[in-house]
Design a binder for this molecule. Structure first.
Ligand code: E4P
Length: 219
């Protein structure tokens, strides 16, 4: 399973890139606004210069003609830009058109298997089921990821599944077990994925033993 960072924070993206495990980035209008990135284009270009893999950038319109206009413009910002389109009827229409133009789409805000089937049929390169937001309303978000992976495998759809709206490390484990191609995670979750108290205790003990043995050998 590949790991994408779900953030528009440039410093977090730089830190993640240093670890060598971040294969892409997903942004959305809320994440962009959180960082106060008024110049959308400049911010996206900077992110694309740090991360060579897919960088998802979302259109901000609900009207197909305007969505298409924005998507075509954004797709020119960098070769690794992926256009995020919401899983609405208008979004489906736009996805079909962009796919024909070889512009890659990440169909976002996916909350049902039917949306995922139609997105793949329309030619979306990625589908983003929102796990955490489904959990929030008492559904099992990861079950949707499992269902999409099963059905896509069954019909050999080329669309890749991005487990999105990830809230904690257990979501990452479940996404990997479900066969998601990608998990897009907040920076805090990426850090948590690597942390374990027994590793920290083990390192501390090895260091202490090493120091005391070295002191004894000096005597
Ligand atoms: C994915 O591409 C979205 O940006 C993101 O995962 C949304 O997550 P949230 O539910 O934490 O806002």
């Amino acid at each position: 399973m590949r790991i994408f960072l779900d953030t528009a924070n440039i410093e977090q993206i730089r830190q993640g890139a240093k670890l060598g495990v971040v294969g892409g980035v997903t942004t959305n209008p809320s994440l962009m606004m959180k960082e106060g990135l008024a110049d959308y284009e400049a911010a996206v270009k900077e992110i694309c210069s740090i991360i060579a893999g897919p960088v998802s950038v979302e259109v901000v319109s609900e009207e197909p003609a305007e969505m298409l206009k924005q998507a075509r413009k954004m797709a020119k910002w960098a070769p690794n830009v992926i256009i995020k389109i919401p899983a609405t009827l208008a979004g489906l229409e736009v996805t079909s058109t962009l796919a024909k133009e070889k512009i890659k789409v990440n169909l976002t805000l996916c909350f049902s298997l039917n949306q995922a089937i139609l997105g793949a049929t329309a030619g979306a390169a990625f589908i983003s089921p929102f796990v955490g937001r489904l959990d929030d309303i008492g559904h099992n978000g990861m079950e949707l990821v499992e269902d999409i992976v099963t059905v896509y495998d069954y019909y050999n759809y080329a669309t890749e599944v991005i487990a999105a709206s990830i809230r904690h490390p257990q979501h990452c484990i479940a996404a990997a077990k479900a066969g998601a191609h990608i998990a897009t995670v907040p920076y805090s979750v990426l850090i948590q994925m690597m942390q374990h108290p027994l590793t920290d205790n083990g390192v501390a003990r090895f260091m202490a033993d090493w120091k005391s043995a070295a002191q004894k050998s000096k005597k």
